[in-house]
Design a protein around this ligand. Structure first.
Ligand SMILES: Nc1nc2c(c(=O)[nH]1)N[C@H]1C(S)=C(S)[C@@H](COP(=O)(O)O)O[C@H]1N2
Ligand SMILES: [Mo]
Length: 190
């Protein structure tokens, strides 16, 4: 019997692979900020010290890459996406978010998926500070969606009324990307 934790078409791997479309961006912590903008009552720009002073959560989540590997049981520590929502107060018409990264990467998702139980902006992985290849200083981790939605090197979260494709969504990947429904490519979109 396959593990019930493994979504259809996935195989478990021992180590979390390092995957990104371009190089690892050099991020200077003293200049880094997280910009929360778009359809929000309070636009915010948080410095690294402001961000790391926010309340922390931990979540143990499984990573599922659309190419077929899954790494089960990673423990992330960081700031809940619900804390970001609480601070920014999105307007009622905000239904999607676009996440912006320092390497020029973007990815979009339903606000409801961004706010899923356990979703967080992580600064630690398995008890250790996030390393540059895994997205330091801050990366998104969203359960239930293919891992391309878990943007590394996050610098911005934009709240939107209409959805827009991000980097991979514009190249044929699914707008939603739910792993249990195998929403890999947009030709499977309903
Ligand atoms: N900024 C950024 N985030 C990114 C990517 C990227 O190219 N740039 N690649 C995505 C893809 S396709 C995957 S599978 C995961 C890989 O994360 P990992 O290197 O921590 O395993 O990062 C996602 N987040
Ligand atoms: Mo991926």
């Amino acid at each position: 019997m396959p593990s019930p934790r493994l979504p259809p078409g996935q195989r478990a791997v021992e180590h979390l692979p390092v995957l990104h479309f371009d190089g690892i961006p050099r991020v200077d912590i003293s200049k880094w900020s997280l910009r929360i903008f778009g359809l929000v009552r309070h636009e915010l720009r948080l410095s690294y010290s402001e961000f790391t002073a926010l309340p922390r959560v931990t979540a143990t989540l499984d990573a599922h890459c659309v190419t077929g590997w899954s790494k089960l049981g990673l423990t992330w520590e960081g700031v809940s996406t619900r804390e970001i929502k609480r601070l920014a107060h999105p307007l009622p018409e905000a239904r999607y978010v676009m996440v912006h990264s320092a390497d020029g990467y973007t990815t979009s998702m339903l606000l409801a998926d961004f706010l899923a139980e356990g979703a967080l902006l992580a600064v630690k992985l398995n008890g250790k500070p996030l390393s540059p290849e895994y997205g330091s200083p801050v990366r998104l981790v969203v359960p239930g969606l293919y891992f391309w939605k878990s943007a590394k090197w996050v610098v911005g979260v934009e709240f939107m009324a209409e959805n827009r494709p991000g980097f991979w969504e514009a190249r044929g990947y699914h707008m939603r990307g739910n792993v249990w429904r195998e929403e890999r490519r947009s030709d499977r979109e309903l």
